[in-house]
Design a protein around this ligand. Structure first.
Ligand SMILES: *Cc1c(COP(=O)(O)O)cnc(C)c1O
Length: 450
């Protein structure tokens, strides 16, 4: 079978163990009709076939990664309880697990203090960070690079904060000169540094941004939704490593366990260095905080109900695969990074293709070589479609002339943007599959009409 099912037996066993904790209760049964359910579930299975094969190494497109079997099992197991991590009244064990798991994430970044929690995803994590930024620096603006996630501008709209985008250099990183010019001119409350942009995996120059902070005194929020876990990797370039090593200095970090952390969707995380920001979350709830004087996570999070299952899955995953350098989990990230480097070397060595950005993490961007931006875009689309028909799933991405003109000096810009090919090589298996993936790319390149 192509789908992993071997681990399912563990679920049955663990459910028995879970049940032991409730044996003192009088027995009762839940009435279900297996036949009706079988029919519906079979229809669900059929409907779900209408998807790209995200779990397969031949899916080398968007930022999608299958959860680890332990995450899947722990998540399912907890659904028999269905805890709610708003208050300890709704999820005692899973709240404790959330505090531990989030503490391990803070420790991974070298933080000795923190306050934080899980949330729906990177967008929600960034929302909380920008909201706290506004609480700390009312009336000042928030800046992020033009390659920052599109939601920052939108979130600033929601929060009624003035947002401005800082141009990027030819590596798709925040341009430091542009940032400093902005700092001289304006009241900047918070700089959002993206440690691993969604399009290219570029890492903003955090070391220099921290140096500027000492001079100008703004807050630093790091959007590490996609790239954060790479701090454990061994194979980062020297400069990239230097920026990751500054994560210990920043004010807040958003990271998505549902991206590189092997979790099902619905698992983001926000951490703040200064635990006293908890005071901005302060509210009273007349109905929820009763069974304990201990901290209820709902007292330090913006959302009310949150899936305890997410915390349970994350805790289990980190127990099996601790967030430590040189560990198995760190090794997975190195595989992804090596896969990207190997793929990129093939691109660079092949006269049919144009590299766009050297990969800093595990995303590669490239295009079929042609003279004009419009023709490159057409060919990218052709490769994308043809590869999909051969079961290899890539992604497309659009860049502005501004960001690529310096790297692609021989290209005629007959339009101000260009469509390129993009691959997030996020599965450790990608490393073993690179030659086969490249084989399909090579094959497709021979078949398209250049
Ligand atoms: C994915 C991503 C986000 C948004 O996160 P969601 O979990 O999709 O809400 C924000 N920032 C970056 C850098 C991302 O890669």
């Amino acid at each position: 079978m192509l789908l992993e099912v071997k681990s399912l037996i563990l679920l049955r066993q663990a459910l028995g163990r879970l049940e032991e904790g409730f044996k003192h209760l009088p027995g009762w049964t839940v009435d279900i009709d297996l036949n009706d359910m079988r029919t519906v579930l079979s229809e669900v299975a059929e409907r779900m076939q209408d998807n790209f094969p995200y779990q397969h190494p031949f899916y080398a497109g968007q930022m999608l990664k299958p959860p680890h079997p332990i995450a899947r099992l722990a998540y399912m197991l907890s659904l028999w309880i269905n805890p709610n991590n708003h208050a300890l009244d709704g999820g005692r064990a899973s709240s404790a697990m959330e505090k531990e798991a989030v503490g391990e994430i803070a420790k991974m970044f070298g933080w000795e203090t923190h306050v934080g929690h899980l949330c729906g995803g990177g967008t929600m994590a960034n929302l909380e960070a920008l909201w706290i930024s506004r609480c700390r620096r009312p009336g000042s603006k928030i800046v992020a690079s033009t390659q920052a996630h599109y939601t920052h501008q939108r979130l600033c709209d929601v929060l009624n904060i003035f947002f401005e985008a800082i141009p990027c250099d030819r590596h798709a990183r925040m341009d430091l000169n542009a940032l400093e010019a902005m700092l001289k001119e304006d009241e900047v409350g918070t700089v959002v540094a993206t440690i691993g942009t969604t399009a290219t995996g570029s890492v903003d120059p955090l070391a220099e941004i921290c140096a500027l902070q000492r001079e100008y005194g703004f807050r630093i929020h790091v959007d590490a939704a996609y790239g954060g876990y790479f701090t454990l990797a061994d194979s980062l370039g020297v400069d990239t490593r230097r920026h990751f090593d500054c994560l210990a200095e920043v004010d807040s970090i958003a990271i998505d366990p549902h991206k590189h952390g092997l979790q099902p969707y619905g698992c983001g995380c926000i951490i703040f260095k200064d635990p006293s920001v908890g005071m901005f979350y302060k509210h009273s709830s007349p109905y929820t905080y009763f069974t304990s004087d201990e901290l209820h996570l709902g007292e330090i999070s913006l959302e009310c109900s949150r899936a305890g299952a997410s915390a349970v899955a994350l805790w289990a995953t980190q127990k099996l695969l601790p967030l430590v350098k040189k560990g198995t989990f760190a090794g997975y990230l190195d595989c992804c990074r090596q896969a990207a480097l190997r793929f990129f070397r093939n691109i660079e060595a092949d006269p049919r293709f144009l590299p766009a950005f050297s990969p800093e993490l595990d995303i590669i961007c490239w295009a079929p070589r042609a003279n004009r931006a419009s023709r490159i875009s057409e060919l990218s689309t052709q490769v994308f479609e043809k590869a999909a028909s051969e079961n290899l799933h890539l992604a497309l991405v659009t860049f502005s002339e501004e960001i690529l003109a310096q790297s692609w000096q021989d290209i005629t810009w007959d339009q101000d943007h260009v469509t390129c090919l993009r691959s997030c090589l996020m599965k450790p298996e990608h490393l073993d599959w690179i030659d086969r993936i490249w084989g399909v790319v090579d094959d497709v390149a021979k078949k398209i009409n250049w």
